[in-house]
Design a protein around this ligand. Structure first.
Ligand code: IDP
Ligand code: MG
Length: 153
């Protein structure tokens, strides 16, 4: 099963959207295997957004992401990296379709409430960045046969 990292950013916490976003993932059938509240340091922000540190908007992004705590989540499911990206919608929330998390809950490119890993390779790196091995949990969902057929697992 694939795993992916989700961050619910400062704006999601400030706007009290955490519960409703987690509910979307639960209802989709994705399995929560790690969840915690953390505060990013400037160094961790620079590592996580290393592809963006030279952009003019990076100082604002860092200030925004380190200013308040955020929620870090690891989800597990078949092809969940792409499923979660599709559920989130594009970076610019104004272009995000209704039904996506950004399309339903935000209207900004920078205040777009959520991060999701963009590939399986990135997901593996990002999960290690935010979670220790013993902070991830393996357990059986008793309804799993109603979420996947046996031949899909
Ligand atoms: P993603 O979050 O959709 O994967 P990335 O390109 O990885 O998008 O950018 C990471 C984050 O940086 C975005 O979610 C957003 O908060 C911020 N960001 C990206 N591009 C812009 C921009 O053009 N203006 C302002 N903020 C941006
Ligand atoms: Mg990204």
């Amino acid at each position: 099963m694939e795993r992916t990292l989700v961050l619910l950013k400062s704006d999601a916490i400030q706007r009290a959207l955490i519960g409703s976003i987690i509910t979307r993932f639960e209802r989709r059938g994705l399995k929560l295997i790690g969840l915690k509240m953390i505060k990013l340091s400037p160094a961790l922000s620079k590592e996580h957004y290393s592809h963006l540190t030279s952009k003019p908007f990076y100082p604002d992004l860092e200030k925004f992401i380190i200013h308040n705590p955020i929620i870090a989540i690891v989800l597990e499911g078949k092809e969940c990296v792409q499923i979660v990206r599709d559920m989130i919608g594009p970076t610019n929330s104004r272009k995000a379709l209704p039904g996506t998390i950004r399309g339903d809950l935000s209207v900004s490119t920078s205040r777009n409430i959520i991060h999701g890993s963009d590939s399986l390779e990135t997901a593996e790196k990002e999960i290690k960045r935010f979670f220790k091995h013993d902070e991830l949990f393996e357990y059986k969902i008793s309804l799993s046969e109603y979420i996947y057929a046996q031949d899909e697992i």
